[in-house]
Design a protein around this ligand. Sequence first.
Ligand code: FES
Ligand SMILES: [Fe+2]
Length: 384
Amino acid sequence: MTQSIPATKLAPTEPAPTEPAQDEPAQDEPQYPLAPSAVDASVYTDQARYQGELDRILSHAWFPVFPSADVPKPRDYVVWNQLGQSVVIIRLDDGSVSAWHNVCQHRGALLVEGSGRCSNGRFTCPWHGFVYDLEGSVRQVPLRESFDPAQLAGLRAPAVRVVEWSGWIWLTLSDTLPDLLEYLDTIGEELAGYRLDRFDTRFRVSVTLTANWKIVVDAFNETWHVPFTHKSTLSGLVLWRDASLKISSPHSWMTLPIRGFTDKVSNSDHRQTHLCHYLAFPNTIFSCFPNHLQMWTAWPVAPDKTVLNAYQLVGPTPDGLSDAKWEQHNERDWKHFLDVLAEDSEVINNFAALARSKGFRRNIFNTAESRLTAFHDEVAKRLR
Ligand code: FES
Ligand SMILES: [Fe+2]
């Protein structure tokens, strides 16, 4: 659990709804919904299992990969490199976004690096000069007459599904996955209430952690490590004992009261009163306050190595605050987030020394770790 909280300054910017939010939990909804469980240590270490997770889980999920603002104008592009893939994401002249595998269809060279603007609308392969248009189709071939025409017919870098939603470009490597909002389901409905298209991505960081990606996901989906790991940073700020966990398979989420804020705000929408924390299965987390949030994605790079890309998204300046003050709050929140992240990282990175330990036999989850139970059940189900 990582978050920073200017508790008294996070007044909602929207008027209080007069009707209860439809997603408000029933009174008798259990705080910790699932029974205790356990997973074998090999879940985090086995190489074959890791490959299976890449193929059958991470290749069949939607991810937010870049803020839309990273490609503001037609012909702006960025390259996404994760999960052993390289994908060009580019804004077309009609304002839509296209994505295609960054692989030359002649002999597999990398076509594009970094980010920038493709002013002339053409990408030229650095090896033998095949020329691609903005949508990844081959437009020119040197020595064309020397190729088999059938091999060149309709040749293009394979397309990748992308969609823009809530100020972000979302990507999936799957051709068969349902559309984004159907995939996100409850999590999408929850996030829609924040109107994230009004938010700016003000800060970002990338850290490499020496642990399996599921260790990283586990670490951010329960709260009761707060009084130990985050004794001086978080434990006075969130009422971690009162977290209310919700399973919305394959995703999960929770609401968490904020000390000195939740009980003072009169609003029936939990998004305006609580810290709401969402796991968009399998590896993206949104940790949301009414006016700002942090979002991060855990990208596996090896069975024992994970890159965590984290962002702070900031909403419009709340009523009663100057822009300068709001900026100060956001800078302070981000610094606080980095402090909390450093505390989590220290624990997570110590797994490097223990992953092969004969003493690491299984992980046991209590009911307060119901979201971890649900996550591992979902992972196991997809590997069967
Ligand atoms: S590999 Fe790209 S033109 Fe040859
Ligand atoms: Fe934490």
